[in-house]
Design a binder for this molecule. Structure first.
Ligand code: HSE
Length: 408
């Protein structure tokens, strides 16, 4: 494809689509032009002349001049149909649709091999942070022990406003929506589904494990109560919604759960819509990537970077999975948590693997100790239970696994 001007067919012209349009216009050196944009709403007034828009997806999908489909719509099943047809019609795809990717990653991997075309999706995980290509190309070995971080801009924005500006949860959520960070269904953000989709995608490129989103536990920030926030402030902690995956005992574990973060942690200073990914390798040890995880231009710039990568025929090699030693995904681990719920018998010390203690106050009961991930999965659907990971996660198995890597 080198030296050829790529012709783009775009699906969707919302926050990210418009961001891409502006970023493309301002960036010189990228040989790409937009030929058509397919949109749904016929009534909406738009910033571009109507000639460029179509309401017929086939006007793009069947256009032999279009080399690349840029898929930026909300609806995951429709997006997946677009991606399949595009590949079948010999086109490359760039997408930022994390739900669609997480739910169909194995098939997307197979379709790329079958049609010898590329699907790139850097913009789907942590917005502007170039994490997927780094995981594929730079961390081209099996020595990553863990990735963790803040994978959702809206919830980080909300928590920052609640902690630093004493805004109410609803006020802060409205701010995230007004700024275009939140999903059209914001429960995907606040209940931790969106960062889970991103974690599922990242796990495929970190550990070569393809897992279904339903297998991975997600707990959100919607049940965090004012007493949890007071407790955090009194102890000089922040609360962050943390996505984490790690390798231990020949298995891969992963979850999205809020965590008390000590002030000196690398994640503590990551504010507003910024995201962070902390990669921990046996030899390189900790490295952190920080950047804007949501918003029109930051995500548009990641999408543009994928378009640019197509100009030199880049394709994800899925190296960890091709290396053939992918480990199974498992929820058979325990993590240290602080769980709070209205005083009563909802949860008892018997639910813990190791019970560390508890107290009561303000009509709430607090229990601490380590709990199996499977049990947390059940609690995640209970309305009145707030689960926050302890500041120091005692992941004994992970530490053992890192030592084993070093001594191998
Ligand atoms: N709703 C997402 C977030 C958008 O807040 O992170 C970027 O994926």
């Amino acid at each position: 494809m080198q030296n050829k001007k790529l012709k783009l067919g775009i699906f969707g012209f919302g926050c990210v689509g418009q961001g891409l349009y502006h970023v493309l216009k301002e960036t010189h050196g990228i040989q790409a032009e937009i030929k058509k944009i397919c949109v749904k709403d016929r009534e909406k007034s738009r910033i571009l002349n109507s000639d460029i828009f179509t309401f017929d997806k086939y006007e793009i999908l069947n256009d032999p001049e279009i080399d690349v489909i840029v898929e930026l719509i909300n609806d995951a099943p429709t997006a997946f149909e677009i991606v399949k047809t595009a590949l079948q019609n010999g086109k490359h795809v760039v997408t930022a649709n994390k739900k669609m990717l997480a739910e169909n990653l194995v098939e997307i991997y197979n379709l790329q091999q079958q049609y010898n075309r590329s699907v790139l999706y850097e913009g789907s995980v942590c917005g502007s942070i170039p994490i997927l290509r780094n995981l594929e190309e730079y961390y081209d070995n099996d020595l990553i022990a863990s990735i963790e971080g803040i994978f959702n801009g809206s919830t980080n924005y909300i928590l920052t406003k609640v902690f630093e500006e004493k805004k109410s949860y609803l006020e802060a959520l409205k701010g995230a929506q007004d700024l275009g960070f939140a999903e059209s269904d914001p429960s995907l953000d606040v209940k931790g589904f969106d960062p889970k989709y991103k974690l599922v995608i990242a796990m495929a490129h970190t550990f070569g494990v393809f897992t279904q989103p339903e297998e991975v536990i997600n707990m959100g920030i919607d049940k965090i109560n004012p007493i949890d926030i007071k407790y955090a402030k009194e102890n000089n902690y922040k609360i962050k919604l943390v996505a984490r995956a790690f390798k231990a005992e020949g298995k891969i574990f992963g979850f999205v759960i809020p965590q008390y973060i000590p002030a000196d942690s690398m994640l503590a200073g990551v504010r507003n819509e910024y995201n962070a990914v902390l990669v921990e390798g046996a030899f390189a040890e900790k490295q952190v990537f920080i950047g804007k995880g949501a918003g029109s231009y930051p995500t548009g710039s990641a999408v543009l970077s994928d378009i640019s990568a197509l100009a030199y025929n880049y394709r994800y090699a899925y190296k960890k999975s091709e290396q053939g030693d992918s480990l199974p995904f498992s929820n058979d681990a325990a993590v240290d948590v602080v769980v709070s719920f209205p005083t009563g018998n909802l949860i008892s010390s018997k639910d813990f693997e190791t019970f560390k203690g508890g107290y009561q106050g303000n009509g709430h009961q607090y229990l601490t100790g380590s709990v199996k991930l499977e049990k947390l999965k059940a609690w995640s659907s209970w309305d009145e239970v707030s689960v926050i990971l302890a500041p120091e996660l005692n992941l004994v198995a992970l530490e053992k696994s890192k030592k084993e890597l070093l001594s191998a």
